[in-house]
Design a binder for this molecule. Structure first.
Ligand SMILES: [Zn+2]
Ligand SMILES: [Zn+2]
Length: 368
């Protein structure tokens, strides 16, 4: 099989590799589309030294078709269209034993700790596979995980009817959080961002207010919008913060200042640099800070929402390349001038699948 193999830091080669065969409980999948995720970029850049071993086949956000099933697999068959939860929790650590699999400290991730989907074939455990509904394309289904991560963060936020929710950052994850929050009964959804195209996308996807942090102080604006009360929920989806504008402060410091007393802040970003935060506002407000990592049972929800056209994956996919050009894909994502959100690699896409943007943008009239 053909595979995009990471052979050294920032070096991908297209190679012919032996095809794996499914063991008991496993499924062999022919990936159709796989997206390059932020984690893949960090691995590619060599930031996972000590965890990953080269040569590595990356890729954990993907869809595909079952090519073969191993012994004991009865609910999947050759030809089934699937997407895969790439998380393999240990099931033995304290977090796992409490059912909090997303907090597992020994979890393995397809495409990082195990061979991934940037290849003609990939192995997955049958229990990690989710059948793709008939009316959902494999192209859109490849984004199930990132929407599920947005869904998980939204559930961690426990948005109540009438809440004011602020989403810090409108990158791929911020947009997926927005798509999920927009489906709650939040009264006002505010998005902060610095890249103009991303602000526009957030507006199109139904943000009631977008704040360009390069021009405006988001803390002050949120105070104005809430008449000084503060935001009920703040979801930090910035990751790598670039401090700009009239209030160039760390996102979590902004969150501490924005959140209302007894409000809740959800942290998603995994920037590699320590960020100084003054905790006094959190303490004075007795606000909650909650982390959100990967997913915990949100795959079926995300798949159903995608199938019903409630998300707008074509707004997320900004680039698409054949697998042979995987290395170029990483360069595109690293170049701010490309204004990339999601980049899909075509591995074995179904020939009949074309990708019209069929989902209307139902909240456009509310954007302002
Ligand atoms: Zn990912
Ligand atoms: Zn565990």
């Amino acid at each position: 099989m053909k595979a995009a193999v990471l052979v050294a830091d920032e070096k991908i080669e297209i190679q012919q590799c032996p095809e794996p065969s499914p063991g008991p409980g496993e499924v062999l999948i022919a990936p159709a589309y796989a997206s390059i995720c932020g984690t893949d970029q960090h691995v590619f850049a060599g930031e996972f030294a000590g965890r990953v071993a080269y040569p590595l086949i990356q890729g954990h956000e993907f869809s595909g078709t079952v090519a073969a099933v191993g012994a004991g697999v009865s609910d999947l068959a050759e030809g089934d269209r699937v997407t895969v939860d790439p998380i393999v929790p240990c099931l033995r650590c304290p977090a796992c034993l409490m059912g909090r699999l997303s907090g597992c400290q020994r979890l393995k991730l397809l495409g990082v700790d195990l061979p991934g989907a940037f290849a003609g074939r990939v192995l997955a455990s049958a229990r990690s596979c989710f059948k793709v509904p008939e009316d959902l394309s494999l192209r859109h289904a490849a984004l199930t995980e990132v929407y599920a991560i947005g869904c998980h963060a939204t559930r961690r936020a426990q948005v109540d009817p009438g809440d004011v929710v602020v989403i810090l950052g409108a990158g791929k994850l911020g947009q997926c959080v927005l798509e999920n929050v927009r489906r709650t009964a939040a009264r006002l959804v505010v998005v902060t961002e610095v890249v103009p195209e991303r602000l526009q996308t957030a507006r199109d996807l139904g943000a009631d207010v977008v704040i360009d942090v390069g021009r405006e102080d988001p803390v002050r604006r949120v105070a104005e919008l809430t008449e000084g009360a503060g935001a009920d929920r703040v979801i930090e989806a910035v990751g790598h913060a670039r401090l700009v504008g009239p209030n160039p402060t760390e996102p979590m410091t902004q969150a501490a200042q924005m959140v209302r007393p007894a409000g809740r802040v959800v942290v998603l970003g995994q920037g590699p640099v320590p960020a100084p935060i003054l905790f006094k506002p959190f303490v004075w407000k007795e606000a909650e800070i909650v982390a959100s990592r990967v997913t915990l049972g949100e795959f079926p929800r995300a798949l159903a929402m995608l199938a019903e056209g409630r998300f707008h994956p074509d707004r997320l996919i900004t680039h698409q390349l054949p697998l042979d050009r995987a290395a170029e894909g990483f360069c595109i994502l690293a170049d701010p001038a490309e204004r990339a959100l999601k980049l899909l690699l075509e591995i074995e896409p179904p020939s009949e699948e074309i990708a019209p943007d069929t989902n209307p943008l139902p909240f456009r009239e509310r954007a302002g």
